[in-house]
Design a protein around this ligand. Structure first.
Ligand SMILES: NC(=O)c1ccc[n+]([C@@H]2O[C@H](COP(=O)([O-])OP(=O)(O)OC[C@H]3O[C@@H](n4cnc5c(N)ncnc54)[C@H](O)[C@@H]3O)[C@@H](O)[C@H]2O)c1
Length: 293
């Protein structure tokens, strides 16, 4: 059985990744400074590990068949953390994980990068440095490395989350499925070094992508009957984007056998079901995902 270490395994992405690894029959080790808030499912073991402490990471990566490196502080944390802490965890911590991996047989690595990559903040600079560190790791060891530039899955009110899917938002289940698909592909050595964006794929025709405000409501209505009335009822029709942000994810499909599954249609279906049950969707919070039915 493959033993996959997930740094930051108690976080939002970390818990989803660990659960999916366990579901797919792997032993997931959630290595984090803090334990997860919810009980871990069977197949997931929590190990306390501070990536800033080389001995902790050396210990936890011993015998690992792969490492998914998620541990980081980001700008959306509330209360905020200092740039010094962001740098220490995201850069020094990443270096320690890299060194430990070199000592422990150079397992394949999936690195959590970000669409904030290179965007004028210490956090975004740490993701540039992180991608570079893992590029060097690949060059030094030959191990397969994937850098995944996730879009935004920071917790937010449910309706905001849905609308964000048309812009720069992504569901944490797609973040988890991309991370595990990347690990499976790295273990199978389907690439040496690979980078992809992790985002939605709504399957919209080009005219809808280009002018959602004009063409989106009719397309939504066709996919989810009643959608236009729902958009109006919740005031979402006032927040429609002109163009929808979409990226070419075909290489991720080819190399990692991955495609996102949660888009605006799935959000509308979920909203429709909740509305029909009389739920107060305005008070719901989406921890980066549509809450379970
Ligand atoms: N949330 C987003 O929208 C988003 C977008 C792009 C990229 N990312 C990246 O995805 C990864 C996961 O993000 P998330 O939103 O799940 O964050 P999160 O805060 O929910 O999880 C991060 C985890 O890292 C842990 N951690 C912090 N310092 C640590 C240390 N020194 N040693 C070990 N563990 C430590 C925290 O305890 C936490 O459980 C991060 O690398 C983040 O930069 C997140």
């Amino acid at each position: 059985m493959l033993r996959i270490v997930v740094t930051g395994g108690a976080g939002i992405a970390g818990q989803a990744v660990c659960s999916l690894l366990a579901e797919q029959g792997m032993a997931a080790v959630a290595a984090d400074v803090a334990p997860p808030r919810q009980a871990s499912p069977s197949g997931v073991t929590f190990v306390r590990c501070d990536t800033r402490t080389p001995g902790d990471v050396r210990q936890v990566t011993k015998g690992a068949d792969g490492v998914i490196h998620l541990a980081a502080w980001h700008c959306a944390h509330n209360p905020p953390v200092s740039d010094d802490t962001i740098y220490a965890v995201n850069v020094d911590g990443t270096y320690n994980v890299l060194s430990a991996c070199r000592e422990n047989g150079a397992p394949p690595v999936v690195f959590a990068s970000s669409m904030a990559y290179g965007w004028g903040s210490v956090y975004s600079a740490t993701k540039v440095i992180g991608e570079e560190l893992w590029r060097s790791y690949h060059e030094m060891t030959g191990a397969s490395v994937a850098s995944l530039r996730y879009h935004d899955f920071v917790p937010k009110p449910y309706l905001d989350f849905g609308m964000k899917l048309l812009r720069n938002g992504v569901d944490v289940r797609d973040v988890a499925s991309a991370s595990v698909a990347a690990m499976n592909a790295a273990v199978a050595r389907r690439f040496g070094r690979f980078m992809t964006i992790v985002h939605t794929a709504h399957g919209m025709p080009l005219e809808v992508v280009r002018d959602f405000r004009a063409n989106g409501p009719a397309w939504c209505e066709e996919k989810v009957p009643g959608a236009t009335a729902l958009l109006q009822k919740y005031g979402l029709d006032r927040d429609l984007p002109g163009g929808v942000e979409q990226h070419d994810l075909s290489e991720a499909g080819r190399l990692m056998d991955w495609r996102p599954e949660i888009g605006f249609v799935e959000f509308l279906q979920d909203l429709k079901a909740r509305d029909a049950r009389g739920e107060d969707v305005r008070s719901l919070h989406a921890p980066g995902r549509l809450p379970a039915e």
